[in-house]
Design a protein around this ligand. Structure first.
Ligand SMILES: O=C(O)CCC(=O)C(=O)O
Ligand SMILES: [Fe+2]
Length: 380
């Protein structure tokens, strides 16, 4: 990120106020980025991260990846022999796509070599197996049910080999896909969606953005975009999720929504249960994977790493690895966003119920430190 991009990003959030994720004009196509030489990180920040829009990077971006050479045969198929030799003993989680457990699939663990044996049999039998359709999570096989990524993170996904079809819904558009009980469908292509008694608002839903991701291509999935993925071939993909200054407020907004939902569910016990707020945090953690205390620690760890980079920069001891590969401008921008979110966390009424006595530093202390440091970074 350069200075100018940081200024644009800061302006973006200054204007955003309490704007929540969602809305925006309907999109009919997804941008394609053909050439790594003419596309910078700054272009990515202003064109996609800040407006929260998806894009596809051409296979030229991943041409040099070792996995694209070694995991794939010259014919573009998974190199089973190589994968088994290198990783055969690794125990991997495998989901059974034929069985629906809430909005997911039950998982078991097995050595990769067993999974690869299953996969080769599946191909030999023409895309069938008495064991059903097994899905190796992280090296995705088959298809992934309709979902939104954890904590409203961004993600990218690269096809090492094979092709995928993605169906993407901008934030908020999933609302029209809820059934009469408020639940989202497991499969957005299932015929039941047209039954207005089951899905009363489906008529008002917009069709998803449909993307065919070719071998080597990378798709950027923005924050809060629901999606469903179908493997069109035998496919291996690598995915990564991340949060930075551009979407950390989306994460915080999501956590507040999750807590509100818990409050609504258990509101009838509020007056009779002395530690009701604590229980809400416990429920939230088990449903959403994180509570307010852990979110505070998440912010703290990232803030301290960024503060260290600034300190080293000041002392002239900043090496490339110490900067986490982030430019100084990104570090300053992230600190600004973290400070804003932390200020909102510490004043949230439910955070007042969290026992912070053992936190080090104390939340207010960290906030003060961040504000003091930020005041010195304007000239950077
Ligand atoms: O590629 C897939 O099957 C699903 C990827 C995905 O959306 C995820 O892991 O969150
Ligand atoms: Fe996902």
């Amino acid at each position: 990120m350069d200075r100018e991009t940081r200024a644009a990003a800061e302006r973006h959030f200054r204007g955003a106020g309490s704007r929540v994720l969602g809305g925006g004009p309907a999109l009919h196509c997804v941008a394609f980025i053909p050439d790594p030489c003419t596309f910078s990180y700054a272009d990515f920040v202003t064109g996609f991260l800040l407006p929260n829009l998806p894009c596809v990077f051409s296979s030229a971006f991943t041409e040099a990846w070792g996995s694209r050479r070694r995991w794939v045969t010259p014919a573009g198929k998974p190199n089973f022999e190589y994968l088994e030799r290198k990783y055969g003993n690794v125990v991997v989680p495998v989901a059974n796509c034929g069985v629906q457990e809430y909005n997911s699939n039950p998982k078991e663990h097995m050595p990769l070599q067993d999974y690869l044996a299953y996969w080769q049999d599946y191909i030999q039998l023409g895309g069938a197996s008495p064991k059903g359709c097994l899905y190796l999570k992280d090296w995705h096989l088959c298809r992934s049910p309709f979902h939104v990524d954890i904590f409203r993170s961004y993600s990218w996904s690269v096809n090492i080999c094979g092709r995928k079809k993605w169906l993407l819904f901008p934030p908020g558009q999933e609302e029209a896909l809820r059934d009469k009980h408020g639940s989202l469908p497991y499969d957005v292509t299932c015929p039941e969606l047209t039954d207005t008694r089951l899905y009363p608002t489906h008529l008002h839903s917009s069709p998803p953005l449909e993307i065919t991701q070719e071998a080597g291509e990378m798709l950027f999935v923005p924050s809060g975009w629901h999606h469903q993925v179908h493997n069109l071939d035998d496919t291996i993909s690598i995915n990564h999720n991340w949060v930075n200054g551009c979407n950390v407020a989306h994460m915080w907004h999501f956590l507040q929504q999750e807590l509100d939902a818990v409050h609504r569910e258990v509101s009838q016990w509020k007056d009779s249960m002395p530690d009701w707020h604590h229980h809400c945090q416990v429920i939230m953690r088990s449903c959403s994977g994180i509570n307010f205390e852990e979110f505070y620690h998440f912010l703290k760890v990232i803030a301290e790493k960024r503060l260290l980079v600034l300190e080293q920069e000041e002392q002239g001891t900043l090496g490339h690895s110490a900067s986490l590969g982030l430019g100084l401008q990104q570090v300053v921008f992230d600190l600004g966003r973290l400070t804003e979110v932390l200020a909102s966390v510490v004043t949230h009424p439910d955070f007042q119920w969290v026992d912070t006595s053992t936190f080090s530093p104390q939340p207010q202390e960290l906030l003060g430190q961040l504000r003091a440091v930020l005041a010195t970074t304007q000239a950077l």
